[in-house]
Design a binder for this molecule. Structure first.
Ligand code: AMP
Ligand code: MN
Ligand code: MN
Ligand code: MN
Length: 275
């Protein structure tokens, strides 16, 4: 059975491996089809494609778009996208520009809480293309203000904490139109992580499907078997397909590894059945 891992990050967003090192690690871990899905940008794709050339690994061009749906931030993965598509790139530019202003705002709020220099501190951990909360987390850990990234998020970067800035990302409609314009297939990333009620998740998935959405990420890194079952049932009900992706960011997190995740349940339609 072919090993698919359709969700991963590189230094082109908040991953710690370069695209080349990511490809090498994927091959080591017997991944046969890997999608590189950096947040709000495709800068890593060319290098990843090159690194995969002449190997047994198939590299799928992907992206993970930040979306605001109601009061929630939701992530939509686009798979098999044409990274040269103008409409997609214009959308990505908007998201990247928004990230810069948001980072400044996060730094301002942290400064008010007595933490100076967070913007430059976070930038040290980021490539010049994308600045995210994980980069702030790395700075705050470095400063000894928290014990690990997870601890930073809990204490500084989420709702009701000093460095929290409510996201104002793309609308679901816009994100879907960019992925569709670029000829990609859209996947709702890690659906269980949004802490939505079943009703709400069903509403999101229904809207998503009506906008041309293809699949739910039924198996994602570090996920409970019960969640897999629930998501599998939802794909059946709504006639969506299923995707599988680790959401790998770094070798430092021993919980999440490339290709190391449960298989898709028998009763779903894998997104790769259309490939
Ligand atoms: P952003 O898109 O800049 O708001 O950052 C979101 C990213 O932060 C996610 O893709 C994860 O990589 C990371 N993240 C979110 N929550 C946590 C957490 N509790 N612990 C570690 N990393 C997290
Ligand atoms: Mn991330
Ligand atoms: Mn995500
Ligand atoms: Mn991700």
């Amino acid at each position: 059975m072919t090993c698919y891992d359709l969700h991963s990050h590189s230094t082109a967003s908040d991953g710690s491996l370069t695209p080349e090192a990511l490809i090498a690690r994927a091959i080591e871990h017997n991944v046969e089809v890997l999608a590189l899905t950096d947040h709000d940008g495709t800068e890593g794709i060319e290098a990843a494609k090159k690194a995969a050339q002449g190997t047994d690994l198939d590299l799928i061009a992907g992206v993970e778009l930040s979306v605001t749906w109601g009061s929630k931030t939701v992530h939509i993965v686009g798979l098999g996208i044409d990274i040269k598509n103008q409409q997609l790139q214009q959308g990505l530019t908007k998201l990247r520009d928004y990230r810069v202003g948001r980072a400044e705002e996060i730094a301002k709020r942290l400064a008010k809480a007595g933490i100076e220099g967070a913007l430059d501190g976070a930038r040290k951990y980021a490539s010049d293309v994308m600045l995210g909360r994980l980069h702030f987390a790395q700075f705050l850990v470095e400063q000894g203000l928290a014990k690990d990234n997870n601890d930073v998020f809990k204490r500084y970067l989420v709702r009701n904490k000093p460095g929290y800035v409510p996201g104002q990302w793309a609308s679901l409609e816009d994100a879907m139109s960019w992925i569709n314009a670029a000829g990609g297939q859209a996947v709702i990333a890690h659906p269980a992580r949004y802490k939505m009620t079943a009703t709400k998740l069903r509403r999101l998935s229904t809207e998503f499907k009506e906008m041309g959405g293809a699949a739910l990420e039924v198996v994602s890194g570090r996920q409970h078997p019960e969640e897999i079952k629930t998501l599998a049932r939802l794909t059946e009900k709504l006639e969506l397909m299923a995707s599988r992706g680790s959401d790998f960011h770094t070798p430092d997190n021993s919980w999440v590894e490339l290709g190391r995740l449960a298989p898709l349940p028998e009763n779903v339609t894998p997104i790769w059945s259309t490939w």
